[in-house]
Design a protein around this ligand. Structure first.
Ligand SMILES: *Cc1c(COP(=O)(O)O)cnc(C)c1O
Length: 372
């Protein structure tokens, strides 16, 4: 028998979450962001659940090829654009749309020989200071691109740094609106946090009028059943469902007396007699080693807590709430139990001091994963 750990990708939940994102998007078209192998879910495994998308946005050219190999004929967007000139050949061949965020990418396009002009997304650095042209350079970049025969259509794009927090998007929207006011073309804005939190006020008022109307939005994490602004809000608040379940079984139990300690470093000591279960899941499976004693976990669908340090292949659970649990009992590290209860990935991430994104992306290749 194989080691009992496995991950399940929930097609119906992906469909549900995508529909939720579409509702928030109003009339805008919606990219399903599937970078990082669909946030660790596997591009092939999410495809069925996300095929209602208007396009797929990603970073790696080989991921773009995989989406085309699945039969997708609609838009695909390279969110970081191309990395070297020959990437443009693949863009021509596979009809990939690509972000242009720096002069070097315009240089590459200017040298590129193509039959079919490209659709590009010109990125403005409106305050995040990661990728994109500074506001003062943006119109110059647009003019240069617009003059190239290699370019068919230019979409205007920016990315928000604080959509999930108190600073919000107003300042960046104001910058973007001011610079792009009289430029033609569609607009692409909004990750999950901006889409869920700021669609209403959105895109919003600048000097009292609608400043920017998004034609395309780019939700990622919300589609994968994680709240972009946890812990302020959880997935229930946003009407999202878990799309990834990481589950295993108990492979041992131990009866402790008061004073017994558990695991490497003996970081947990039993204050009284207690029963613990040993689950076949550790950091080599992608479960964060930084999860301390008290991290939530479901045993037979009932909420319990971890005790002691997470090892490479195992972790320990206080079986107090589930006295009937034993060898073979179902352990849900995140996602949904077969009893119908949920443990949002965000709660486990928070215990480890990180975000749901990191946990789903870190699901280890050794964990057998299937779509259901
Ligand atoms: C990753 C990414 C997104 C999606 O962000 P989420 O927070 O996962 O919704 C949107 N736009 C760009 C440019 C990205 O890189």
């Amino acid at each position: 028998m194989p080691r009992p750990i496995s991950a399940t990708i929930h097609t119906e939940a992906l469909r549900h979450n995508f529909a939720r994102a579409r509702l928030a998007a109003g009339d805008a078209r919606v990219w399903a962001v599937v970078k990082a192998n669909a946030y660790g879910h596997g591009i092939e495994r999410v495809y069925e659940g996300l095929r209602a998308a208007d396009g797929f946005a990603l970073l790696d050219l080989d991921e773009a090829e995989r989406v085309r190999a699945l039969g997708w004929r609609g838009p695909i967007l390279l969110l970081e654009g191309v990395f070297e000139p020959r990437d443009l050949e693949l863009c021509s061949r596979l009809d990939l749309w690509h972000v242009v965020h720096c002069e070097a990418q315009i240089d590459m396009l200017a040298m590129h020989k193509t039959q079919r002009p490209h659709r590009v997304f010109l990125k403005m650095n409106s305050g995040m200071n990661r990728l994109g042209f500074k506001p003062a350079r943006y119109r110059g970049a647009w003019t240069r691109l617009n003059a190239l025969p290699q370019v068919e259509e230019i979409t205007l794009m920016t990315h928000f740094s604080d959509a999930d927090g108190p600073r919000g998007i107003a300042e960046q929207i104001a910058v973007f609106a001011a610079v792009t006011a009289d430029l033609p073309g569609e607009r692409s804005l909004s990750n999950s946090a901006a889409l869920l939190r700021h669609s209403g006020d959105a895109l919003v008022t600048h000097a009292g009028r609608l400043a920017v109307v998004a034609d395309w939005v780019r939700p990622g994490i919300a589609v994968y059943g994680s709240a972009p602004d946890h812990p302020e809000h959880g997935i229930v608040h946003w009407g999202l469902q878990p799309t990834m379940t990481l589950a295993t079984r108990l492979i041992a139990t131990q009866d402790l007396v008061a004073g017994d300690s558990v695991g490497y470093g003996s970081t947990f000591t039993a204050p009284q007699p207690m029963r613990i279960g040993i689950a076949a899941c550790g950091y080599a499976d992608g479960y964060p080693r930084l999860c301390p004693t008290g991290t939530p976990v479901l045993v037979d669908g009932v909420r319990c807590r971890t005790v002691g340090r997470v090892s490479m292949d195992m972790l320990a659970i206080d079986l107090g709430p589930v006295p009937e649990a034993g060898l073979g009992s179902e352990v849900t590290l995140w996602g949904r139990s077969s009893r119908g209860t949920w443990l949002p990935i965000d709660e486990v991430a928070a215990a480890a001091g990180t975000v749901g994104y990191e946990l789903m992306c870190a699901l280890a290749p050794r964990v057998p994963t299937q779509a259901a």
